[in-house]
Design a protein around this ligand. Sequence first.
Ligand code: ADP
Length: 169
Amino acid sequence: MKIELIKGDITKIKADAIVNAANSSLLGGGGVDGAIHRAGGKQILDECMEIRNRQGKCKTGEAVVTTAGNLPANYVIHTVGTVWNNNEEKSSELLANCYKNSLKLAESLNVKTIAFPNISTGVYRFPKELAGEIAVREVENFQSEIIEKVVFVCFDDENEMIYKRLLNL
Ligand code: ADP
């Protein structure tokens, strides 16, 4: 899999799938979640509600898929990041699950290109450096015959610097 880094807004990315750092309610929130729902339109929220009615809340580390509505992507994969609570081992495992489960779901949808935001590093306060290490490790370790390209979309300067270093760019 090819790995790229882009600085900017994930709602503008043309990929088969973009990943949303959702919360367990799946009903939208601030940060990247708010941006995706605002730009993608009501269809995304409608599908999130259908999922909620079917299966209840989405657990931390798990992932579900909806249409991308008005966005240039085809799918939005919603994964629920972990709130940092100083239990480094547990939090790290849950954040790793976000990446693994999103990639697995993407494969099942025959996704060739997928873009990730820096999950949990906003309101959920996961330390950016550690979150970046986990994200890069999980993507590098994921063996896929289907996914061809993974794009890390960094919104803030600090994450961009961290990912540049981690990816030797
Ligand atoms: P979480 O609750 O998982 O921490 P946030 O949305 O608060 O989710 O933050 C996750 C990351 O998404 C942060 O690094 C934030 O800078 C970034 N972000 C916010 N808006 C966007 C956007 N439009 N595109 C890409 N990343 C974004």
